[in-house]
Design a binder for this molecule. Structure first.
Ligand SMILES: [Zn+2]
Length: 306
């Protein structure tokens, strides 16, 4: 009896350990745990909502609501809609996507059928590619972009709100779209700017992002007459914060370029620019899909000079 009980406890312990290990493996596969939802007001009719993936913008217009980015999962998208319902009874009529990453797109699964989805034309292509490839990260097939932006700059009035759309160059991805509200002096930058005041740029080379394009894009963002910049992940930044990030990235890129020209290896360059040792294969990065900025610039430059 005593023996059996011990065995039983041991078995329970083992089961619990497997469950914990399994859960943490799952959590690691899905990235860090999602932050709780929190709504912040910027202007009487403009909000941003953190939690559940990338930051979302919420703009309350004349008769309907414009949402910028839709969270990671169907449950996250539903929670975003629940949070919007606490702000206004008006329906969500339009979603604008800053880029094609799942943590900004896939929550669309919970949005009403027929909601207008606006995205840069390359974003739509990236989503179609991801959809064809299938798998867990694929975007919801019934909410692909229904209106694409193909010009570098386009001004639209949606729900009585004037919005400027900008795409200067491929940067974080090939299909980045920056949303500027000229009257409110607010920019929604998506993941062009993510991770706060001092982070390195995040570039998806597999989505044809570009470090040079990132610099071009951020120069464009800085030139906008705005004073609040909603980043893809993290708090709202000032223009001075963005200028600092631009200067840091330009200096780092120039240094890497010099070292590549001297024939230094990637490891030597990482050490020289003060990067932390890579945490994972291909790493020094911030989770799967994100090699470090140093790795990205090195790959771009050595491919070009090869
Ligand atoms: Zn992203």
């Amino acid at each position: 009896m005593q023996m059996n009980r011990r065995k039983g406890l041991a078995a329970m312990f083992a089961t619990a350990m497997i469950a914990i290990v399994g859960l943490s493996a799952l959590a690691m596969a899905q990235g860090p745990p999602a932050a709780p939802f929190m709504t912040h007001q910027l202007k009487p009719n403009v909000y941003w909502v953190e939690g559940g993936g990338g930051n979302s913008g919420v703009i309350v217009g004349d008769k309907g609501v414009i949402v910028i980015d839709a969270k990671t999962t169907a449950a996250g998208g539903k929670e975003l809609l629940d949070n919007i319902a606490k702000i206004t009874p008006k329906p969500v009529t339009t979603v604008i996507l800053t880029h094609s990453d799942a943590d900004h797109v896939n929550g669309l699964a919970s949005f009403p059928a027929g909601v207008k989805v606006i995205a840069q034309e390359n974003n739509k292509k990236e989503q179609e590619t991801a959809l064809a490839a299938g798998g867990r990260g694929a975007p919801p097939a019934d909410h692909l972009p229904s209106q694409v932006i193909s010009k570098d700059k386009e001004t639209l009035k949606i729900e009585g709100v004037k919005l400027e759309f900008h795409h200067w160059a491929p940067a974080h991805t090939s299909g980045d779209l920056i949303i500027y509200m000229p009257s409110e002096k607010i920019v929604f930058a998506g993941d062009i700017i993510a991770g706060g005041k001092t982070a390195d740029p995040l570039i998806h080379l597999e989505k044809h992002g570009s470090s040079e394009g990132w610099i071009t894009t951020v120069k464009g963002i800085v030139a906008l007459n705005a004073d609040e910049f909603v980043e893809g992940h993290g708090d709202v930044l000032t223009k001075a914060d963005i200028q600092k990030r631009l200067a840091d990235a330009e200096a780092k890129r120039a240094k890497i370029k010099d070292l590549v020209a001297q024939g230094k290896s990637l490891d030597e360059i990482r050490t020289a620019v003060g990067d932390p040792p890579p945490a994972a294969p291909g790493g020094g990065g911030r989770g799967p899909g994100f090699p470090s900025f140093t790795t990205v610039v090195y790959q771009e430059l050595t491919k070009k000079t090869a």
